[in-house]
Design a protein around this ligand. Structure first.
Ligand code: UDP
Length: 415
C-alpha cells in the first residue's frame, strides 16, 4: 500500500469553503447510487508522475464517499519498464526500435500480473498502457473494464497504437484527458480532465516561514528571481531546453534557475537524462538541480510558491499537472503549447505559451520585467484552475463514469 495513503489527509467536508456545500452533496448522491459496487485501480507506479499523484488523492476520497475502492500496481522488471517506456515515447510519436520479443515480453508480464492480482471487483479501472493487456482476463473476472489514458495518443507511431488498441477495444470504455488526445475507437469514450487537490501537501497554503525553511534547506537565495521547472528528468520535459532559455534570459536579467524533480520507478531513462542535464548546467552557480525524493510534496509546494516564474517547457505533455499546481498558486507560467497545457494556459490570459527555446526566453523576460502583468496572469490562472481542475470536479466525473456503466437512463435525470 502506498505510504501516502496512510497519512492523515483532508476530509471532503474540508473542501466546503472552497467549492460550496452543494457540490459535496451532489458527490454524496452520486456515490450512493454506486452503493455495493467495488472499484479496483491499477497502474504501474505508486510514486512519481501525475497518475500516481491523482490516484493517491482519488482513492481515499472514493472510499470516504462509501465507494469501496482500491489501488494496485503491476510488477515488472527493468526489461518490462524499458519496453513500456519505449511504448510511451512511441505513443507520443517518437521513433523507437522494437523487437518482436518486446511485444511477447510485454504480454507475458501482463499475463503474470493478471494471475497474481485479485481482480474480483465490479469495475476494473486500468490506467495507461503498461497494464492495458490485463483485460485479457476479463472473460473470467471483473464486471466492467475501463481504460484511463493519461497521455496524448493523437499522433502516435501507428504500429504501437494498433498493438495497444487491440487491447483497448476489449474494454467497456476508454477515458481521455482532452478531446484532441484521443483516437477513434469502437468502444464508448469519455473525456475527463485531470485535477489537483488544493488541500494536499503539494498545494495547500504555506506560511512564509515554511517556504523560507525549504529555501534555506536547499541554500536558495530568494533575493534573486527564481525560474522554476518541476518535472521528472525526462527528455519530453526538455530540461536542457529550459537551461538554454534561462541562459538567454540571464544575459540581461540577473536570475536563478531551479530544476527540481525526481525519478519515477517506471522510468528507467531518468538517470541518463539527469546526467545530461548536469553536464549542460556545468558549474553555473545560478543553476540548481534538485533531485527530490518521492515524498517531497511540501518542498515542491514551497518551491512553486517561492518561484517568480514557473516554466514547463515540455516537448510532449499529457495534461501537465505541474502547470495546474503553479497556476493554483497564482504563479505566472511559461509553458509549451502542447498537450493538456493548452487547456490550462490561454495565451496572454492565464499564462504565456511558447513554441521554442527563444520563445520561452522571451516570455520569461516579459514576465520578469512586468511584475504587474505577471501577477494579473497568475490571478487569472488561479481562477481558471478553481473553476475547472480541482479534484472535487474530477471525483464527480469519475462517479458519473462508473454510474454510466450501470444506470444510463438515471444519469439523464441526474444531469
Ligand atoms: N512531481 C513530484 N516529484 C517530482 C516531479 C514531479 O511529486 O520530482 C509531481 C508534480 O508535482 C506533479 C506530477 O508529479 O504533481 C507530474 O505530473 P505531470 O502531469 O506534470 O507530468 P507527468 O510526470 O505525469 O508526465
Amino acid at each position: 500500500m502506498n505510504k501516502e495513503l496512510k497519512t492523515t489527509r483532508p476530509k471532503l467536508r474540508d473542501y466546503e469553503p472552497l467549492i460550496g456545500r452543494c457540490v459535496l452533496e451532489e458527490l454524496k448522491i452520486l456515490a450512493d447510487k454506486l452503493s455495493g459496487k467495488t472499484i479496483h485501480n491499477i497502474n504501474s507506479t505508486y510514486i512519481g508522475g501525475g497518475v500516481a499523484e491523482i490516484l493517491s488523492r482519488m482513492v481515499p476520497f472514493l472510499n470516504e464517499l462509501g465507494v469501496k475502492t482500491k489501488w494496485s500496481v503491476i510488477k515488472g522488471d527493468n526489461e518490462f519498464f524499458n519496453i513500456t517506456k519505449k511504448f510511451h515515447n512511441a505513443l507520443h510519436g517518437k521513433k523507437e526500435e522494437f523487437k518482436e520479443s518486446d511485444f511477447d515480453y510485454f504480454l507475458e508480464i501482463n499475463r503474470k500480473n493478471s494471475e497474481e492480482l485479485n481482480l474480483s471487483e465490479d469495475i476494473i479501472f486500468i490506467h495507461d498502457p503498461q497494464p492495458v493487456a490485463l483485460v485479457q482476463k476479463r472473460k473470467e473476472v471483473g464486471e466492467k473494464w475501463l481504460w484511463r489514458c493519461h497521455i496524448d495518443v493523437s499522433n502516435p507511431d501507428e504500429k504501437i497504437w494498433n498493438f495497444i488498441k487491440t487491447y483497448v477495444e476489449n474494454y467497456d470504455a476508454a477515458v481521455f484527458s482532452a478531446p484532441n488526445f484521443a483516437k477513434p475507437l469502437r468502444i464508448r469514450m469519455a473525456l475527463i480532465y485531470p485535477s489537483i487537490d488544493p488541500l494536499s501537501n503539494k498545494n495547500k497554503e504555506l506560511s512564509e516561514d515554511q517556504i523560507n525553511s525549504v529555501l534555506y534547506k536547499y541554500g536558495i537565495d530568494k533575493k534573486k528571481p527564481i525560474i522554476l521547472q518541476v518535472s521528472r528528468f525526462d527528455y519530453l520535459k526538455d530540461p536542457v531546453g529550459v537551461i538554454k532559455a534561462f541562459e538567454m534570459v540571464r544575459k540581461t536579467i540577473p536570475c536563478q534557475l531551479i530544476l527540481a524533480g525526481g525519478t519515477a520507478t517506471d522510468d528507467p531513462e531518468s538517470d541518463k537524462v539527469l546526467g545530461e542535464v548536469k553536464e549542460v548546467a556545468g558549474k553555473n552557480p545560478d543553476i540548481r538541480i534538485l533531485l527530490l525524493p518521492p515524498d517531497s510534496d511540501i518542498e515542491i509546494n514551497a518551491l512553486q510558491r517561492a518561484a517568480t516564474v514557473v516554466v514547463q517547457k515540455s516537448i510532449k505533455e499529457g495534461f501537465g499537472l505541474t502547470v495546474t499546481e503553479a497556476l493554483w498558486k497564482g504563479k505566472p507560467v511559461v509553458a509549451s503549447a502542447v498537450g493538456g497545457i493548452l487547456l490550462q494556459i490561454k495565451h496572454k490570459i492565464t499564462g504565456l505559451l511558447c513554441h521554442s527555446i527563444e520563445g520561452a526566453a522571451y516570455a520569461i523576460r516579459t514576465l520578469l520585467t512586468n511584475p504587474e502583468y505577471a501577477k494579473w496572469l497568475g490571478k487569472n490562472g488561479h481562477a481558471h484552475v478553481k473553476q475547472n481542475f480541482l479534484i472535487t470536479r474530477h471525483l464527480k466525473d469519475y462517479l458519473i463514469l462508473f454510474l454510466t456503466q450501470y444506470f444510463k437512463d438515471d444519469l439523464l435525470y441526474l444531469q
